[in-house]
Design a protein around this ligand. Structure first.
Ligand code: FRU
Length: 483
C-alpha cells in the first residue's frame, strides 16, 4: 500500500476514535461545513461533477493546528445537505510529503482533475513546492499523477494554490507566488489539455500597475469574469492596517479590470477588501450549471490566538462559510447567500411595520436563525443610531457618520474587538446566526461581515434599540440542523 493510502486509513481511524467527543461540542455548527476532527482551512476543488457539487478542504486530521494537509471532501446535490466522502488526497509522496496544499478542480470529459501544491520541507525548514495533479473517474477515488509544474526562475518556493479555469476553449491556471525580490504576485499558465502547461508570466502583483505595497506573498488567487469584467480574487500576506481596512492578520480581496489572455496582462483598478469580519480568507469560486458564480470561503484567518477557540477542547477547529453567489453591479462585487439556503428555514416570525424609537425596543430569542430586516425610514434630529445586540455581540449603524460596526465580545473572547466599514445608507440586513458564527450581509451583499462568535449559551437574546426613529419590516426564521 502507498504511504498516502496508509495515512488515509490512519486518519479514518482517528475520526472514528474522536467523533463522539467532537460531536458533543455545543459550539458544533448546525449548517456549516466543519472538519470531522482536527483543523480545517481553505476550501479547495469546488466543482460540479456528474450531477453533484463537490467541495474539498485543507484538513489536518490529527491536531487542531496547521501541519501536513490532506484534502477532506464533502458532496451535495443542493449546496445545503452535504455528505462526507473519504479524504481525497493525503501527503506522503516525495513531492507532497509535508502537505497537499490548496488547489482547484476541473472537469474534462468524464474525468475530474484536481490540481494542488505539493509542499516539501527539509530538516532546516527549506521549502520546495510542486504543482501536482490527481485524477478520478467517479469523484470519490483519486489517483495521484505527481508534479506537472516546477517553480520557474525568478520566484521563491512560495509558489502555490493553482486555480484552473476554462476561457475561450483554452485552459488557464492562476497561482499565488512570491518574486525573488519578495513581492506578492499572481502568475498565469495556459494549457490545451490540462496536462502540458506553458508559463505566461506575472499578471498582477504588489507594486505592479500602480497597486502600491500589497504584501510579500499572494495566496489563493482566483480569476473570474462577471458581466464582462475580469476579477482577480487574491489573499495578500503582509499588508498593514489602514483606517478601517486590512485589520486581519492576512487579507482577502479583489482587483477588477480586463485581462488580455494573449499577452497575459491585466489592466486593473485598486485592491478592494471582500469581507469586513474577523474570520474570512482564501475564498474559491466555481461556475455552476445554471451559470451562477458560487463561492466558499474559509471562516477563519491566521491568528495566533487560535488556540483560545473553545472548540479545540473538543478536537476540532474552524469551518467554511455558507456558500454565496457573486454578482458584479455598478463596479462592485456583491455577495449573497445562495438561494438554496431557504431549505434550512423552519418556523417563521414576522414583524410588520415596526416602529422603533428611544423608548420602543424589539426583542426575540434565538441562537440559530436567519433574519432579514428592511428599513423603510430612519429619522432623528441628530441622525439615527441603530443597535442590534445578538448574544454578547453588537451590530451598530451610525447614520450620521455613515459607519457600520460589528463588535465582537463573547465569553471566550472577553476583549471587545470591533470591525467597521463605511456605508452611506443602510437599507437591508440579512443575517445568518449559527451556534458559533455570524454572517452579516448589508444592502444585498454590498458589504459582508463574517465572524466566529462564542457566546455564553444563556445569552440568547436579540435586542433592537435606536436613538431616533426607525420603521422596518423584519422576518426571522429558525434554521434546521443539517451538519
Ligand atoms: C492559505 C494557505 C495556502 C496554502 C494552504 C495550506 O490559508 O496558506 O496558501 O496552500 O493554506 O494549508
Amino acid at each position: 500500500m502507498s504511504i498516502s493510502k496508509e495515512i488515509i486509513l490512519k486518519a479514518n481511524q482517528h475520526v472514528k476514535t474522536h467523533q463522539s467527543l467532537v460531536g458533543s461540542d455545543p459550539y458544533r455548527l448546525h449548517y456549516h461545513l466543519m472538519p470531522t476532527v482536527g483543523l480545517l482551512n481553505d476550501p479547495n476543488g469546488f466543482v460540479f461533477y456528474k450531477g453533484q457539487y463537490h467541495v474539498f478542504y485543507q484538513w489536518n486530521p490529527f491536531v487542531t493546528a496547521h501541519g501536513p494537509k490532506f484534502w477532506g471532501h464533502y458532496v451535495s446535490t443542493d449546496l445545503v445537505h452535504w455528505k462526507e466522502a473519504p479524504a481525497a488526497i493525503a501527503p506522503g509522496d516525495w513531492y507532497d510529503k509535508d502537505g497537499c496544499y490548496s488547489g482547484s478542480a476541473a472537469v474534462l470529459g468524464d474525468t475530474l482533475y484536481l490540481f494542488y501544491t505539493g509542499n516539501v520541507k527539509d530538516e532546516e525548514g527549506n521549502r520546495e513546492s510542486y504543482q501536482c495533479l490527481a485524477v478520478s473517474n467517479d469523484g470519490i477515488h483519486f489517483e495521484k499523477k505527481g508534479p506537472i509544474i516546477h517553480v520557474p526562475e525568478g520566484y521563491t518556493a512560495h509558489f502555490r494554490d493553482p486555480k484552473v479555469f476554462l476561457k475561450d476553449e483554452k485552459w488557464y491556471m492562476v497561482l499565488g507566488a512570491q518574486t525573488i525580490e519578495e513581492a506578492g504576485v499572481a502568475v498565469l499558465y495556459s494549457s490545451p489539455d490540462l496536462e502540458e502547461w506553458t508559463f505566461m508570466g506575472t499578471m498582477a502583483g504588489s507594486g505592479y500597475h500602480g497597486l502600491g505595497d500589497l504584501g510579500y506573498m499572494w495566496e489563493c488567487p482566483d480569476l473570474v469574469e462577471l458581466g464582462g469584467t475580469d476579477i482577480l480574487l487574491v489573499c495578500p500576506q503582509g499588508m498593514e492596517p489602514e483606517g478601517f481596512q486590512y485589520q486581519n492578520m492576512f487579507q482577502s480581496g479583489y482587483i477588477a479590470g480586463k485581462v488580455d489572455y494573449i499577452a497575459g496582462e491585466f489592466a486593473h483598478g485598486p485592491f478592494v477588501e471582500m469581507d469586513r469580519g474577523f474570520d474570512f480568507y482564501a475564498p474559491q469560486t466555481m461556475e455552476d450549471p445554471n451559470g451562477r458564480r458560487l463561492l466558499f470561503g474559509w471562516m477563519g484567518n491566521a491568528v495566533e490566538s487560535d488556540v483560545q477557540q473553545p472548540t479545540t477542547a473538543f478536537n476540532w477547529i474552524h469551518a467554511l462559510t455558507l456558500p454565496r453567489e457573486l454578482r458584479w453591479e455598478n463596479g462592485k462585487l456583491l455577495q449573497t447567500p445562495v438561494e438554496e439556503l431557504k431549505l434550512l428555514r423552519g418556523q417563521e416570525t414576522l414583524y410588520k411595520n415596526v416602529n422603533l424609537d428611544d423608548d420602543e425596543q424589539l426583542r426575540f430569542h434565538g441562537q440559530v436563525f436567519e433574519m432579514e430586516m428592511s428599513i423603510d425610514r430612519m429619522e432623528g434630529p441628530k441622525g439615527v443610531t441603530l443597535t442590534i445586540q445578538i448574544g454578547e455581540s453588537k451590530l451598530i449603524y451610525n447614520q450620521r457618520e455613515g459607519v457600520f460596526t460589528f463588535e465582537r465580545k463573547s465569553y471566550y473572547m472577553p476583549n471587545q474587538e470591533s470591525r467597521h466599514c463605511y456605508l452611506q445608507e443602510l437599507k437591508k440586513i440579512r443575517l445568518f446566526k449559527d451556534t458559533s458564527s455570524i454572517e452579516i450581509f448589508l444592502n444585498d451583499g454590498e458589504e459582508v461581515f463574517t465572524s466566529r462568535v462564542f457566546d455564553d449559551f444563556l445569552m440568547d437574546e436579540v435586542v433592537f434599540e435606536t436613538s431616533g426613529e426607525v420603521t422596518m419590516n423584519l422576518q426571522k426564521w429558525d434554521l434546521n440542523r443539517v451538519t
